[in-house]
Design a protein around this ligand. Structure first.
Ligand code: COA
Length: 380
């Protein structure tokens, strides 16, 4: 069945004084206005969220969002796949279009305001609690292992990580909805960053962001701004790094990408730009290789040559990515689709990727335990 994104909305990602209903309402209102419909026109609602329970002591978020739609009783439920919750919800909406149409997907998360240690423990639930977290392998430490292995095998350097960070912070300055939109990051800032988990330092890490993003998915294009979803795929893997053979690649991402490309009838050579899950700078390098945008060990060459900048041959994370655009966990995968749609419509302003025809989004849960990949095309 064909699928189109007929409307998108997004709050700014970053520290916010607002609660989950407020954030969801803002993204929802923008998406419905963009689609030119009201809540009474919707067929179903899917809410993506990861930490509503532990952080906010609020679960049952589909009903929380339903409270924003007085008198409308939609089929609705919540999707949770850690940091991949948003794209998992988009995938589910695409798959359910024969049953419900249109489907509103809202990703929402509140992370700020908690002590760092509590937040690190809660985010750690995206990884294996018994085999990894209990042994001290929190999230930055897990990605530090990925970084160390990539450096050993391919000669990747910490300078490569810095180049990813500088590029994504420069892009975020062009994105008014980015966490670090107002922050100009220089080499001196990066040099001053404390070590978080060696070799990863402060500017190798995504921040913790609040935010929401929304997308309206339909089997019918509503107008000339509707963006076709050409391919949608999701794969899972063992949650613990101790159960993986190779820490330089995420097989779930590779297989989801192959499936999404097959459904879209494209190859990686056709990709104009990608929004990838750079929760840590090494993750952007691994993502490029898993998506087939570079051979294993060769993404760093593209980074060094500037090919991943907005004016380069394959721009990566024109939004600023998770690193500088922000990572509002349950909202991130929907936020990536927001960026892809905005770019493909030619509405991205200063950060516009010229001539963008095919966009790929890549949203990872845990340390490669889940990955959802979407291929979107230009409106016709
Ligand atoms: N990159 C750049 N600057 C950052 C930053 C980041 N990731 N995180 C925080 N900062 C900045 C803040 O803006 C603040 O700057 P200011 O003093 O100019 O206002 C300063 O650093 C201190 O902020 P604070 O929130 O106290 O930082 P922290 O030391 O408590 O947390 C990290 C830093 C890296 C530990 C935290 O951002 C983190 O845990 N990130 C990873 C989150 C994660 O694992 N998500 C899931 C991944 S899949």
């Amino acid at each position: 069945m064909p699928a189109f994104v007929i409307g998108v909305g997004k709050t700014r990602f970053g520290p916010s004084g607002h609660d989950i209903p407020y954030l969801a309402q803002e993204a929802m209102a923008e998406a419905l206005t963009d689609a030119g419909i009201g809540v009474a026109d919707l067929g179903a609602l899917i809410v993506a969220n990861f930490l509503g329970g532990p952080n906010e002591h609020q679960l049952h978020l589909n009903s929380v969002v339903a409270g924003l739609m007085p008198g409308v009783r939609l089929p609705s439920w919540r999707v949770e796949a850690a940091c991949a919750s948003g794209a998992a919800a988009i995938h589910q909406a695409v798959a359910l279009l024969g049953t419900y149409d249109p489907i509103l997907v809202i990703g929402v998360e509140r992370l700020s305001g908690l002590p760092g240690a509590v937040l690190t423990r809660n985010i750690g639930m995206a990884g294996d609690v018994v085999l990894d977290q209990a042994q001290g392998l929190n999230f930055p430490a897990s990605y530090a292992l990925v970084a160390q292995r990539h450096m050993q095998r391919y000669g990747t350097t910490t300078r490569d990580f810095e180049l990813v960070s500088l590029k994504n912070h420069a892009n975020a300055q062009l994105n008014p909805k980015a966490h670090f939109h107002l922050k100009r990051v220089t080499q001196a800032d990066i040099d001053a960053g404390a070590t978080v988990a060696s070799p990863l330092r402060l500017f190798d890490c995504c921040p913790v962001s609040d935010g929401a993003a929304a997308a309206v998915i339909s089997a019918t294009a509503s107008d000339g701004r509707s963006v076709p979803v050409l391919g949608s795929a999701i794969r899972s893997d063992a949650i613990s790094l101790s159960q993986r053979e190779d820490h330089t690649t995420f097989p779930a991402a590779r297989e989801a990408a192959e499936d999404a490309y097959r459904k879209a009838g494209i190859s990686s050579a056709d990709v104009s730009f990608a929004e990838v899950h750079d929760c840590f700078t090494i993750a952007e390098i691994v993502a490029m290789e898993d998506l087939g945008l570079a051979e294993p060990g060769y993404a760093t060459g593209m980074v060094r040559d500037g090919q991943t900048a907005i004016g380069g041959s394959v721009p990566i994370n024109p939004s600023g990515g998770l690193k500088a655009g922000g990572h509002a966990i349950g909202a991130t995968g929907v936020g990536q689709v927001y960026e892809a749609v905005t770019q493909l419509r030619g509405e991205a302003g200063q950060r516009q990727v010229a001539g963008a025809e095919i966009a790929v989004t890549h949203n990872v849960g845990g340390v490669g335990g889940t990955c959802a990949v979407h291929v979107l095309g230009r409106p016709s």
